[in-house]
Every structure is written in structure tokens, then in C-alpha cells.
Design a protein around this ligand. Sequence first.
Ligand SMILES: [Fe+2]
Ligand SMILES: [Fe+2]
Length: 468
Amino acid sequence: MQLHETIPNNVELAGDRKLLRALEQWQPSFLEWWRQMGPESFQSADVYLRTAVSVDSSGWAHFDYVKMPEYRWGIFLATPEAERAVGFGDRMGQPVWAEVPGEYRNLLRRLIVTQADTEPASVEQQRRLGQTAPSLYDLRNLFQVNVEEGRHLWAMVYLLHRYFGRDGREEAEALLARHSGDPDRPRILGAFNAPIDDWLSFYMFAMFTDRDGKYQLLALAESGFDPLARTTRFMLTEEAHHMFVGETGIRRIVQRSCELTRQAPDGDARRLGGIDLPTLQKYINFWYSVSLDLFGGEISSNAAEYFACGLKGRAGERKYDDHLALQGSYRMAVPEDGRLGEQDVPLRNAMNEVLRDAYIEDNQRGLDMWNKTIAEHGIDLRLCLPSRRFNRRIGLYAGLHFTTQGEPIPQEEFDGRRDEWLPSETDRAYVRSLMRPVREPGVMANWIAAPTKGIDGKPLAYDYVRLA
Ligand SMILES: [Fe+2]
Ligand SMILES: [Fe+2]
């Protein structure tokens, strides 16, 4: 079969010989990468997966059993908006670009490569999880997320091949040559270099880290480079499911934790093989803080430049009144000699922080849902997001130490209280000890509650993955 027949697309691949040839050369490397670095041990299983087949909102996806290496990785751009104009920055109101503007070529390439690198990275990080899935339903959801991250890689590689010539082809190769955690050629962003080897971490990743991805995509969906805006807009359709997997995964763990807390004679869910709420809080503190780092520094001239050039906007740019952002400022807490002062930062330089704010608000909505579950069980504890200053490696607060409430403290105090706030080795070992595969349709591991419904109208006890 020809590549343009195996890769569903709405970019008229069949009519673009040059692009077709470039992608035909890249495809075998991609498949080799998927076999080597994709989900371990499940390459020949039949998985009930959805595949994007169009951008029509009423019927964009098709569900069926697929072996993952045969997944139809598609290239889809959202429907173009007629007479779309740049919506922010110095080029505000000018027609959007259908080709890469020469003066922004390097900036745009960097933006696209940084986004693209996270897609295969997460597949690599999660490659061993299939062996310990708490149910077939969860196993299928993991693989759905994995193949869609693979498709997102195709979407980004399409942009590189189609719009960046030889440089783009080299970048596309490099995306398969860097690997998560590889000491010589690591992935670009720190959070994508640690393996994810337990399911609690997987749901936390899908909730917090993948949600960073959602906000980056929302900001790129505003781009004046129209092919990028349209590609990322369609990726967001799939991303919604990834958020769902994370948020409901943790909600189910919270529910089970509450049930076991009430059953245990001393109120400790661990005695009955559950994940106790205090441990969940520590995992939240960890994954939320490493994910906050992905937004970059609070004060950023790169962010200002991307905004000025019309390449990367704010999430939902339309809801803001002032699209030039030349006037306002953003007041932020700035460390000064071990204390916190305040500084007014010109708005364009604070764009990372503006995006981070939208992200934080979205996370809080998820936590409110989990807390509702806890309240329904009559338990007093509430889960919360730590301060944005807690445990940061990038930006103003990096290298300093703060309580989860955001109060500056000396390093010795932080070191002394670290295990109170972040998962200790004992916590991690305990969580890992729970990770045993459950492969009977409809049955859940003891530490997680069943979801409220199945996938695509199928019953919970459906065989979502047929093991070969
Ligand atoms: Fe993605
Ligand atoms: Fe995702």
C-alpha cells in the first residue's frame, strides 16, 4: 500500500510528490522506533482503539481492534478559517502566514521541535506500564494515549517536512534519535527524561504533565503561522481524552482510598492494600511542581518575542481585551535575600506566567472534583495544589526552598521535611509493590475503583485488549 493510503490525511498528501517522498523515507525509522521504544510486549495484541479519520466534529473518530504498529497515524489540520488574521502581537490584524515567514524561521522551528519532542518522549517513558495495568480498560486507555502521542509526532513531523526543507528533515530524524533518559541524547525537557514505572505516576503525568501540553497547544493554536495553528487545534481534540484518563484515573484511586480508609480499623488505607490520601498528596506535590517547570521562566524574553512575532499567544487569546500587551504589567513574587518581594513585570515578558495561571486554574477544577469524592465519604482531609514556588527547578524560584504554602525556608529545613511533602523512597516502593497486572475483563486492581462507564458505549467488562 502507498503511504498516502495508510496515513489518513486532509493535507492532500497524494498530490505532493516531494512531501510524500520525504515522509516515505521517515516512516520506516518511525516504525522501527515504535517497535524498539513503544509499548513493551504488546505489539501484537489487538487493542480497541480510536483512530482519527477526519476533522468533522460529528464523526472524527473510528473505533476498532488494531495492532498498534498498524495504527493509522494520520495527518489532520483543522478546517481553515476564511481570512484569518494574526490575533495578537506586533503583526496583529495582518493576514496569517500560509508559509514560514523567513525572519521567524528559526523561532518557529524551535517552537515546533520543542513541542514535537515531548510526543515520542512520553511514549518512551510509559513503555513498561502495560505489564502492570490495573485492568484491561486502563491498559487500553494507556495504549490509546500512546498511539495518539505517536500521531502527534506525525503531525509535527509533517510541519517540519512540509515547511522547513532540509533542516526540517534533519529535525525529524533527530526526534527519533533522542530518547527519554538517554545520557548522551536525552529529550529536550527535564520532566520527559524520567521513566514512569507505576500507574499512580502515569495518572499524575496524564493529569498534570500532559495538561501542560494542552496549554502549550492552546497557545500555539493562536499562532499566526496558520498550519501550526490548525495542526494544534486538531491535536487538542485528542488531548481531551488524555486529560480525562488522568483526572478520572486519580479520582478512581481517591474513591478506593476513601472506601479502604473507612474499612481499615485504624483508618490507614495501606493496611488494606490501598493508596492512602497523604501519599496521593505527595504525588500531587511532585508531579504538579515538575509540570509547572515546563512553562519556563516567570520572566522570559523568549516568551515576549514569540508573542511579539505573533507565533505563540495566550490560551484563548480572544477572551483578552488587549492583544498587544504593551501596556499592562504582571505583579509577581520575587525572591530577594531569602525573603519575597514584589515586582511588576512588563506583560509580554510575563507570558509564561499568564499561561501558567490558566493551567493552575484548570488543575484546581480537577482537584475540586476529587475533593468532592472525599467529602462524599465523610472524610475531612482535602487534597490541594502546593504553592507555585514549591520544588521548582526552573525560573525565579529554582535553587531556593519553600514550604508547600510557598514560605521561603532554609535548605536544611527543606531537607528535613522533604519526605513530609514529596514521595519518599518508602512511599515509592509501597506504590510499586501494588503494581500487579489484572487481565480479566471488568475486574479492577484492589487499589483503584471501577470507572463509571466503558469506552465507546461498550460495557466495562469488554475485552478492550485481546492479548495475542
Ligand atoms: Fe500529544
Ligand atoms: Fe497528550
